[in-house]
Design a protein around this ligand. Structure first.
Ligand SMILES: [Zn+2]
Ligand SMILES: [Zn+2]
Length: 299
């Protein structure tokens, strides 16, 4: 029953994004979409992903509650459910047991199917580190259980302030775009992009998903070294979540912020150099076409 309700609500909100064609278009409303999309995206990446799943930093309890609340407002279920599944994603990365791998389950299931009706991997063991450590914290357990409250509050607030235009631009449309921005990390980032590191999974770096998922698009970096609070390993890899964590650290709201170790940078450099050498070798064999020489000898 609960599954049927969440299935219905999910598709209702997805379809409601189409209402954008029936309400006015103004630049302030586009700005409202951007705030609602990007702020909640950061709630997800900063708290659900980099804090609960990877513990890449510690943060103040009030700050944690606020970021978690914002993350839950994204309408992607609760922090324990989300981060618990994510731990399993890394554990099995693109092998049997990965809750959402396009290689194992196909693109639709990896993108949406697993989220709606995870018949295969919907159990998160009590030994899962996320459940083990965070389910005892009352405010987090509450948000995980009543995960539908923050998005409902957001929708009601939008409607109360600005009627249909605010509901559509501030809730319906950004909730849809945010769902696909997050899901794209599981699909697009395991199919399209570059691989700085030769990880055993199919993870890739993709600058476009990095924009819409506020820094999560540097996914090959992240699969290589999950513990770092930054997913963009270099200054030119746009990672707004990392800038937010750094800002929190500067004002004392975050600490134990995990860096990218020197050995990982050294590995990136070594891989780059090895590939460059390999490419040179390929071009040498192209200059001397062995097959052609043999053909001439035969004449
Ligand atoms: Zn991944
Ligand atoms: Zn991760």
């Amino acid at each position: 029953m609960a599954k049927k309700v969440s299935f219905f609500v999910f598709w209702l909100v997805q379809a409601s994004a189409l209402l954008v064609f029936f309400v006015p278009f103004t630049w302030p409303l586009v700005a409202l979409w951007a705030v609602s999309h990007f702020l909640r995206a950061m709630g997800l990446t900063l708290s659900f992903h980099r804090y609960y799943a990877h513990r890449s930093f510690q943060m103040n309890r009030v700050a944690r509650f606020i970021w978690t609340f914002i993350g839950v407002a994204a309408m992607q279920k609760g922090p324990l459910w989300w981060a618990g599944h994510h731990v399993n994603h890394h554990r099995f990365a693109d092998r049997e047991g990965d809750p959402h791998s396009p290689m194992v389950s196909g693109v639709y299931y990896a993108h949406i199917g697993w989220f709606l009706n995870d018949a295969k991997h919907d159990r998160i063991e009590a030994t899962n580190p996320v459940i083990r450590d965070f389910s005892k914290v009352p405010e987090i357990a509450f948000l995980d259980r009543y995960f539908f409250l923050p998005p409902l509050m957001l929708a009601v607030t939008m409607f109360a302030i600005g009627g249909w235009p605010w509901l559509v631009w501030g809730f319906c449309l950004p909730t849809m775009t945010l769902a696909h921005s997050t899901f794209a990390i599981n699909t697009v980032n395991h199919m399209f992009g570059s691989r700085r590191f030769d990880t055993i999974d199919e993870s890739r770096n993709n600058p476009i998903t990095a924009i819409f998922a506020v820094g999560e698009g540097w996914h090959n970096n992240h699969h290589r070294y999950q513990r770092s609070a930054r997913n963009g390993f270099y200054w030119w890899e746009f990672d707004p979540t990392w800038y937010a964590i750094r800002t929190m650290q500067a004002v004392g709201l975050a600490w134990n912020v995990q860096p990218v170790p020197e050995r990982i940078y050294a590995e990136a450099k070594a891989t780059r150099e090895r590939r460059a050498k390999k490419n040179d070798a390929v071009s040498v064999t192209e200059v001397v076409p062995i097959g052609l020489e043999l053909a001439e000898d035969a004449e």
